[in-house]
Design a protein around this ligand. Structure first.
Ligand code: C2E
Ligand code: MG
Ligand code: MG
Ligand code: MG
Length: 294
């Protein structure tokens, strides 16, 4: 009977495994056509400057809606696109959308400090990312300052000289460089100091329980003060409640991003969202207790 059970379990696992493989293969082939078929769109999430209590910049995040697969998370398809090289084309498309959105908002009178795009390590391997972004910016008549580059800490740890070279070139060109998801990898601050960075983004996992987890409070506070002593500014990701915000303000965190302020919204919704968020922040500054989303 134990044998029978084992066999069933084995069948169960192999079925689960092949379903997983199947899903991956389907995603991969669907991904190849997604750009041509116009299935991607971008959303933008405001990032708040905690000193002025105003929207300072935004992060551009990709969305994929497939007619049969439905909504596919970037956490699922970006790694696949990195493996098969499609990330290069997707990444360029993202950069173009971000520049275009920034320009559009500018024409409507909204001056953002920048729009941040997420860049994968794979995009550095080809070596001409910097030039490609410059061309896109030139088409829109924008300064390099308009596009901020986010790279995950995990990637920064892998490659050293190569990374420093590419990041330096981007920074020299005028882009702000952010380290995304900071704190989940194992990089040290002394290592960070060797890199040409501007902003450290504390990973959401440290922010989630900030209100009642003493360890997370210590870690966040340490990241903020170390970053400041190295001349970097700090963004907290995933801020969802006023208690988290209060602690971050107390620690002199520079920027915050999260559902407390706004979820990511489409390009057309963005201007109204910024107005609405700034309104709420103004009331918060004047002491109104209710910052939660309406
Ligand atoms: P990320 O760069 O760390 O982006 C932040 C993620 O946190 C986004 O998820 C955002 O929607 C989510 N988020 C923001 N505020 C909150 C909050 O208060 N609570 C919670 N629970 N989540 C919040 P999203 O859009 O699903 O993206 C996931 C990841 O996929 C991104 O993490 C990034 O690594 C990657 N990604 C997204 N768009 C792109 C892209 O255009 N290119 C590349 N290479 N990667 C991308
Ligand atoms: Mg990011
Ligand atoms: Mg992040
Ligand atoms: Mg992340």
């Amino acid at each position: 009977q134990a044998k029978e059970l084992g066999r069933n379990r084995f069948r169960y696992y192999t079925r689960a495994l092949s379903e997983e493989t199947d899903k991956r293969l389907k995603t991969e082939s669907a991904l190849r056509e997604a750009l041509q078929k116009d299935q991607f769109h971008m959303v933008f999430q405001p990032i708040i400057d905690l000193r002025s209590m105003e929207v300072s910049h935004a992060e551009a995040l990709i969305r994929w809606n497939h007619p049969e697969l439905g909504f596919v998370s970037p956490e699922y398809f970006i790694p696949i696109a990195e493996e098969n090289g499609l990330i290069n084309d997707i990444g360029l498309w993202v950069a173009r959308q971000a520049c275009h959105a920034y320009k559009g908002w500018l024409l409507e009178g909204l001056i953002l400090n920048s729009v941040a795009i997420n860049v994968s390590s794979v995009q550095f391997k080809k070596g001409d990312l910097g030039r490609q972004i410059r061309e896109i910016l030139e088409e829109e008549g924008l300064d390099a300052r308009a596009i901020e580059i986010e790279i995950t800490e995990r990637y920064l740890m892998d490659q050293t000289e190569h990374t420093i070279k590419h990041l330096s070139a981007l920074k020299d060109a005028g882009h702000l460089i952010s380290v995304d998801d900071f704190g989940v990898g194992y990089s040290s601050m002394s290592y960070m100091k060797r890199l040409p960075l501007d902003i450290i983004k504390i990973d959401r996992s440290f922010i989630t329980d900030l209100a009642d987890d003493e360890n997370d409070r210590q870690i966040s506070q340490a990241i903020i003060s170390l970053s400041h002593s190295l001349g970097y500014r700090v963004t907290a990701e995933g801020v969802e409640n006023p208690a988290q915000l209060e602690f971050l303000e107390h620690c002199r965190c520079d920027f915050a991003q999260g559902y407390l302020f706004s979820r990511p919204v489409t390009e057309t919704q963005f201007i109204d969202t910024v107005t609405e968020v700034n309104d709420r922040l103004r009331k918060h500054k004047q002491g109104s207790p209710d910052l939660a989303m309406s």
